[in-house]
Design a protein around this ligand. Sequence first.
Ligand code: EPZ
Length: 421
Amino acid sequence: MDSLIITGNGPLKGEIPISGAKNSALKLMAACLLTDQPVTLSRMPNLADTRFLSELLSSLGVEVYWPRNDSTCHLNAAELKSTIAPYEQVRKMRASFNVLGPLLARMGHATVSLPGGCAIGARPVDLHLKAFEAMGADILIEQGYVKAAAIHGLKGAEIEFPFPSVGATEHAMLAATLAKGTTVLKNAACEPELADLADLLNMMGSKVSGAGTSTITIEGVEKLNGATHTVMADRIEAGTYAMAVGAVGGDVLLKDAPSEALQAMCDVLAAAGVETIAEPEGLRVKRGEGRLKAVNVDTQPHPGFPTDLQAQFMALMATAEGVSTIRENIFENRFMHAPELSRLGADIIVRGKEAVVTGVAKLKGAPVMATDLRASVSLVIAGLAAEGETVVNRVYHLDRGFERLEEKLGACGARVQRQSE
Ligand code: EPZ
């Protein structure tokens, strides 16, 4: 298993190109199942997760042409040979579950393993399944599999989510494109990835409006075409590097970062003493001398502060002046990084949904271990800010969502080395 060796090396200076968004790319890839014509996605992030989904799509019969290190992926689901996504594949990556809706909508049936829980929480899929039932699908759960059928096709429906689930909104939107009649999704998630997915679907000939707001309307069509689409830039990757600059200081341009989508984070960083400037080329992040100030944060659905930046922000607060309370409202178990940050000298007390971080003057390098993607990168940020050497183990978590991390940070002066075993 690879590990990263990080040696604190002072401020970061330069430019970091932001890759395509993992959490958008995975749903855009699933959309290819809705049509028998080619779908081409550019600015595709080369990540363990996107590569993994491309393998699952191939096993369903999708022709995938995506050379290594190429950021354009060609998908052609002209002939599907299977509508089954087995446990082994869905267990490894939850987003594989997203093939269910498109298969059901196009083929009239699908059998997909339930994803199960993961390190950050139970993460049920009940809202996904209720949405499909509302659209007329018969859902049977048997031996850990969801067997879904809509022999005469899905029907448009009005669906009000009890809370704005990103996955359930995206999944219902994908399936509704081929349903008979109009579907209205209320209390829908407003994350920017929803608008990115709607853009591709509309290029494919669907009629989706309101994506990115809490009410989305989808007028079903009979058939979808192929399309070419550029994946939106990854706001979480950009936010992560912004936190890294915040932690060690410097001046970095995050090229192509979607500044608007990061407003909540920019407001919090400003309160802490980190400057962010939206420029035509991306988001510039600057921090001068002096300690940051502690700021309280509450994770919320978009446009609130994103849960996917909570761990990174905790690393930043570890050395801020004062006491910061960080409340996690989206997932029930997303503080696994706290004890690892404490190994570097951070003072963090976790009480239920809240973590109370009392800033210390300095962190000190140590070996640490991560349990999920964002937790791992928070340890990288803390390692950059720490004195001495930090070894982050289980780097495979990082490889799921950060493209060329050590290269991007290295270009700005950081000393991050990968060690393969
Ligand atoms: C997406 O997960 C992202 N994943 C997550 O990113 C992100 O943290 C999350 O949205 C919130 O922004 C992908 O896009 C692949 P939800 P998702 O449905 O869709 C509960 C990362 O690090 N819930 O909005 O699974 C659920 O348990 C990952 O890149 C139900 O109870 O998030 C959670 O507590 C981690 N029933 C809350 O809702 C359901 O049917 C929000 O989940 C669905 C969700």
